[in-house]
Design a protein around this ligand. Sequence first.
Ligand SMILES: *[C@@H]1O[C@H](CO)[C@@H](O)[C@H](O)[C@H]1NC(C)=O
Ligand SMILES: *[C@@H]1O[C@H](CO)[C@@H](O)[C@H](O)[C@H]1NC(C)=O
Ligand SMILES: *[C@@H]1O[C@H](CO)[C@@H](O)[C@H](O)[C@H]1NC(C)=O
Ligand SMILES: *[C@@H]1O[C@H](CO)[C@@H](O)[C@H](O)[C@H]1NC(C)=O
Ligand SMILES: *[C@@H]1O[C@H](CO)[C@@H](O)[C@H](O)[C@H]1NC(C)=O
Length: 780
Amino acid sequence: MKMERQAMKGKGLNLGLQLIATVLVLCFCYTCEVAEGKSQQTTKKTYIVHMDMSKMAETYEDHLQWYDSSLKSVSESADMLYTYSSIIHGFSTRLTQEEAELLEKQSGILSVLPEMIYKLHTTHSPEFLGLGSSDSVVPASASSSEVIVGVLDTGVWPEIKSFDDTGLGPVPSTWKGTCEAGKNFNSSSCNRKLIGAQYFSKGYEAAFGPIDETMESKSPRDDDGHGTHTATTAAGSVVSGASLFGYAFGTARGMAPQARVAAYKVCWLGGCFSSDILAGMEKAVADGVNVISMSIGGGISDYNRDTVAIGAFRAVAQGILVSCSAGNSGPSPGSLTNVAPWITTVGAGTLDRDFPAYVSLGNGKNYSGISLYSGKPLSDSLVPLVYAGNVSNSTSGNLCMTGTLVPSQVAGKIVICDRGSNSRVQKGLVVKDSGALGMILANTELYGEELVADAHVLPTSTVGQRAADAIKNYAFTDPKPTATIASGGTKLGVEPSPVLAAFSSRGPNLVTPEVLKPDLIAPGVNILAGWTGAAGPSGLTRDTRHVSFNIISGTSMSCPHVSGLAALIKGAHQDWSAAAIKSALMTTAYATYKNGENILDVATGQPSTPFDFGAGHVNPMAALDPGLVYDASVDDYLSFFCALNYTAADIKQITNEDFTCDSSKKYSLGDLNYPSFSVPLETASGKGGGAGVTSTVKYTRTLTNVGAPATYKLSMTSKTQSVKISVEPESLSFAKENEKKSYTVTFTATSMPSGTSSFAHLEWSDGKHVVGSPIAFSWT
Ligand SMILES: *[C@@H]1O[C@H](CO)[C@@H](O)[C@H](O)[C@H]1NC(C)=O
Ligand SMILES: *[C@@H]1O[C@H](CO)[C@@H](O)[C@H](O)[C@H]1NC(C)=O
Ligand SMILES: *[C@@H]1O[C@H](CO)[C@@H](O)[C@H](O)[C@H]1NC(C)=O
Ligand SMILES: *[C@@H]1O[C@H](CO)[C@@H](O)[C@H](O)[C@H]1NC(C)=O
Ligand SMILES: *[C@@H]1O[C@H](CO)[C@@H](O)[C@H](O)[C@H]1NC(C)=O
């Protein structure tokens, strides 16, 4: 967990990726790094072998015997790590690439997928979301405490107050999971809040060797902090007087404080391995969770070769909502992961809360940055200021990498370090070790004005690019530059808010451009939630500070906000499908401020678009009563696979079902009953779209009434002259609950626009509810 965003650049598409081992990012905590691995012919690697049960010969007594005989036919020595029996039928094992290729050619084998390694991707957010700081707004009900959120992450630290179960009734009778004992973890570590905790390490240990128990616990215990943070963000209990060193002081609570938490530890120091993730997802589904929260994502591939997408499909088919982080690879376009349409893909925005740290210069100028430093402050008097690039014997000295600063030139000074490469807190440690008094962490162009707060080990202010350039200019031109840094505590009411985080991964969706992603955004910048007792707030090995709460950023943090809100909606509407809950969250989201302007993008300072925020920012109170929903069942996804031209074998890899597309039927990607619209159009250079040539596409949607009888009227706003939009019919009357009505939108492209994308917004309203959908056009 060392490198910043640059490391994530240049990660290409791996569509149709076969037996190439590629290590992928799955972590969406914003300090993580990506590594790439290369396959070797002779060494063994883990593969997930997906078997077609319908092809099992009758001569076998049971499926295990069949799996074993298939495996032994290519490798005498290989053992099964896991056998899978619900999400997929099959097993994971260690094979050479050659053996894997041989096995995949055998009859009865659907696929042999190489292991992927996924790297790891509040006090105030409930009020910001209009949920209030207590339970007064959403009253606790018996049903809200029946909902179970399964969190696949780095485990949990059960002793913190956020897992206090005071006031909760017995564990829901639907719960079938366990509290697995292991190193530093007893079966009694669970309670009525944390109802289950399990760990999955076979894939990790097969690749890395036995877990080093001096470094991490072979048990559900969280030695990292990430898993405790995400679990308590989703469904932590109410804790008053929470803060990190006094920062963000207030009442901390998860989004669904009545819901129960089940932790599935699938991520280890070496990453999150897909064979373990699949085992964890299977267990979560079997245990009876209602929501799966996964702040891990990977590279993207076709859905039938993407373990997380396959696992999520089976969960969604059983009514479990799966919420995943969109990724931290923004602001580059097309940087999303977890894009399967049955997954709820969550980007990140800011809260209206800031932790200012002021930089005062010898020239009298004063700049505002951000920091969570908590130790002894610098004195008010000015001290010498240097740019790291000028006091280093390394060409990359400006980045404050370990061992690059010359102590005699930095001792007693404030050092300006450029952001990038190593982690932000690591830079602070390097600066402190070289004898400096403080650090100014300077955003470069890549990071713009995005300010991410960290619990630094010395007085620090992280400043945006504009301030950074001004401070550097002063340091370069003044013969005796000086500065000091002062903390401004916690500031609330920051405007505008939310703004889109620069790191939040962006569309368009490179796998299926007809599906708009991300789906929505939620708070993911400087979020306070529970923390592990095994690591300090900076995550640095040498950070010996202990905290019960920590403030961190990433789409890892926004994902569990949505997971918890989904649990809240599930509690209020127990019969709703995963697609209905997701629709409620999306159609009620907001994309504009009160002045009508779109949510700003901190990366550019300009308004962001649906390719950045999807349907917009979550609005939980409205989502509890959406009026209408775009529901979707397994049949809808089957038609979607047919529109993708998937073969019966491809479809079986995802659904575990035999299904053949009807060759006489015309399937269209635009007809997936999705709560948003993405319409790729061809440019003059593309086929059939020459200048002046009109092309027309039709998307059909079906709305289900989940409110009282009402008539909904259409309204449409469009920002493009290049596409004519017509909707038929323009009024939908629902006489009873659960009634369904369909409509068709016809998009007629009449000319080429000046840019490559444009947007419109469609709304159905009965005067009480507004059911909104973004429309994104792209010309390719
Ligand atoms: C587990 O139980 C044992 C015996 O009661 C106790 O000594 C130990 O402290 C417990 N460990 C944890 C992590 O709760
Ligand atoms: C710098 O500006 C901030 C905010 O305007 C203010 O609170 C702080 O006192 C100023 N510091 C100095 C040294 O002027
Ligand atoms: C310090 O570094 C900057 C940027 O690399 C450079 O422009 C400047 O000349 C350097 N100053 C000194 C004194 O070396
Ligand atoms: C840079 O200088 C420091 C201190 O003089 C020294 O310890 C270090 O080895 C040098 N590093 C390089 C890369 O030359
Ligand atoms: C599926 O095949 C049809 C017919 O060959 C083609 O027109 C269509 O573009 C294909 N769809 C996709 C998503 O590849």
